[in-house]
Design a protein around this ligand. Structure first.
Ligand SMILES: Cc1ncc(COP(=O)(O)O)c(C=O)c1O
Length: 461
């Protein structure tokens, strides 16, 4: 077993704890168990979306309601939520401004495939907050990234895209790749293991290089075949990998020098600062993408772009034959989504909300450090604003390092132990978010439960 090779955790105690917590979950989640059985009759994997099975629980956990920072399940168990729907609910569950916008706009027409009255105003607000003059709306961040890559190829006339090893930008085919281990600094890529039903080689027009590797990045870009680099400014989907000093500056400089567009995907790093990480750190993307929490958790995503990119898009439109562009979905930019987007821009992404989120996240981060020190574990904590992650070793430099550090058995046991004590972490690695309504008391609950868990499984126990 993986954990047997690493110091700090007692594998026997870990196995004992995992079995006990599974049993404990089963006895306290009987209504969820009943619904799981009933749902299995008509839903694939028993759930309407298969990721809902990715939690550490023996069967799905069914939710009765979610408000603010808390969730109640169908058995009446209450949880402090640090997952927030993997970021969709980052500003809290059902924030009152979004609930109001939904009620109001819902009664006045949900979707018409015509621009709503508020569109000009929302465009102004997007430009003011995120610093890019032109915008489009999609249903999901996946859609926005897909469109951004297509535009980049059309504008530059180049076929290839470059992404970082271990990235995730949604189910965008050409980014579902990993770097080739034997030629990490030369580009190329392979399809990620486990993809289902692909009809073509998704890696055919993608180069993947390690994050924080300026030399590899430059080697690929210098070939002059890259339409766009797509990147999160901080990798958040293979654990959290922070950019090293100067890396994002080099990324911007090299993409400009070699004629590639820079697409910055802030679907997760919207947590880092009001207006996003790129604006706060002067990254100056050509195209900026954000989904999930951008409209308070309503299905909605946006991509913004520079005047130069807009000019390129207009040129492409003029030069092409008519017909379907291959981009867009019917419900994108519907009136309901636009109303929520405006409410979010006005009332969720406020200075005070960001301050509250960051203060609580800083408190939690320090607390985690103390818990690991008390347990004698050399684990690290990474934080970008309201988003935190702990990892089982030193801070990784790139996706491959982060992946090597993963410790699924320990992760699952900790997640289930916490869940049974009323604390939800994101099921993917060890990610936590603090919403504006997450309090230090909520953070203390997590810290106390984690402390108890580590006391039981730590090898010094
Ligand atoms: C950075 C990033 N971009 C895009 C996406 C895709 O978002 P969605 O699944 O809402 O399309 C994700 C999802 O986790 C993400 O983390």
């Amino acid at each position: 077993m993986n954990y047997a090779r690493r110091p700090g955790i007692d594998s026997v105690a870990l196995g004992r704890l995992a079995a006990r917590e599974q049993q404990s979950f089963l006895t306290t989640h009987r209504e969820s168990a009943r619904l799981a059985q009933a749902s299995a009759v008509h839903w694939l994997n028993g759930v309407p979306m298969h990721w809902m099975r990715d939690w550490s629980t023996p069967h799905p956990l069914f939710v009765r309601r979610a408000r603010g920072a808390e969730i109640e399940d169908v058995d009446g168990n209450h949880y402090v939520d640090f997952c927030f729907g993997d970021t969709g609910a980052m500003f809290g569950h059902s924030p009152p401004p979004i609930a109001r916008a939904l009620a109001q706009a819902g009664a006045e027409g949900i979707t018409a495939m015509l621009p709503a009255e508020r569109v000009a105003r929302v465009g102004e607000k997007l430009a003011a907050l995120f610093g890019l003059p032109y915008w489009q709306v999609t249903q999901t961040a996946t859609d926005a990234n897909r469109a951004a890559l297509r535009w980049a190829r059309a504008i530059t006339g180049r076929a290839r895209v470059l992404c970082f090893d271990g990235c995730y930008h949604g189910t965008v085919d050409e980014t579902l790749v990993r770097a080739l281990p034997e030629r990490q600094d030369k580009g190329g890529a392979r399809a990620r293991a486990g993809l289902i039903g692909m009809s073509h080689d998704v890696s055919a027009a993608t180069d993947a290089v390690p994050f924080n590797d300026v030399v590899a990045l430059e080697k690929v870009l210098a070939r002059g075949r890259t339409a766009a680099v797509i990147a999160e400014p901080v990798m958040t989907n293979i654990g959290m990998v922070l950019p090293e000093e100067g890396f994002l500056r080099a990324l911007r400089e090299l993409t400009r020098r070699h004629g590639a567009l820079l697409i910055i995907d802030e679907t997760h790093t919207l947590s880092s600062a009001r207006g996003g990480y790129a604006r706060a750190r002067n990254v100056e993307p050509d195209i900026w993408v954000c989904g999930k929490a951008i409209a308070g958790g309503m299905p909605c995503a946006v991509f913004g772009f520079t005047a130069e990119v807009e000019a390129g898009m207009r040129r492409v439109q003029q030069e092409r034959a008519g017909g379907h562009s291959g981009m867009g979905t019917t419900l994108s930019a519907n009136a309901l989504a636009l109303a929520c987007l405006e409410a979010s821009l006005d009332e969720l992404m406020t200075v005070s909300n960001y301050q509250a989120m960051h203060d609580t996240a800083a408190y939690l981060s320090e607390g985690l450090g103390r818990v690991f020190a008390a347990a004698g574990l050399p684990w690290h904590v990474a934080r970008v604003g309201a988003r935190l992650e702990f990892g089982f070793g030193r801070p990784p430099r790139n996706g491959a390092e982060s992946e090597r550090e993963a410790w699924p058995e320990v992760e699952h046991a900790i997640h289930l132990f916490l869940l049974n004590r009323g604390v939800l972490l994101t099921p993917f690695h060890n990610m936590m978010l603090c919403s504006p309504v997450t309090t230090t008391a909520h953070a203390d609950k997590l810290l106390a439960a984690l402390h108890d868990c580590l006391r039981e499984i730590g090898s010094a126990a």
